[in-house]
Design a protein around this ligand. Sequence first.
Ligand code: CA
Length: 240
Amino acid sequence: MWILLVEDEKQLANSLKRGLEEEGYVVEVIHDGEEAELEGIVNDYDLVVLDWRLPKRDGKEILERWRKEERNFPVLMLTAMGDLDHKISGLDAGADDYMSKPFSFEELLARIRALSRRSSDITHSETKKVGPIELDTRKHKVIICGIERTLRPKEFTLLEILLNEPETVFSKTQIAERVWGSAYYVSDNTIEATISTLRQKLAESFDECEKVYLDDHSHIIETIRGAGYRLNSSLIKEGE
Ligand code: CA
């Protein structure tokens, strides 16, 4: 389990890091708020221990930014005071738990264990299975006929949308809005290219399934002329 510890008191940070490593955790320490904010956006930590008062950015600002960027790892906030306002606004900003300093190391361990249990429950519940296709929306993984496949983020989101409503035809505008956030910034060519690469990856995956789901695997995502696209629903029915 990979933990990010954001704490500017270096002595405290070092002793926590040592203690956590003895418990078998992999720990990265960052002392400054700005750096922590950026690292949290690019790395998939399993859990973050985040101090409230930090140089350059406070913990609450960092956490708000992460949640806005859909960084959903569990966050345990630390604060120097048992200040109720801090506790409430920390939880409002998206913290999963909260501890006042000073705390015992045993208590920190207990809370980390509780949070990681809770987040693995969430991971589990966010696995979606439709016919032979399994999506893990938290880890952005797709498994087809038991084999894990790699999709790019836009392809993954597109597949997720089509799978959520297998009978529904989605227009290019609807796809643009849901996958790219707006139809304004994305051309028809980009949408078509993404559909085409997703189709190709799905077709290759289905070729390796023992059971035959469709005669022509390029039709897994159907084009409905003049209307848009939908997932071939016979695929889902046969898979059930
Ligand atoms: Ca501090």
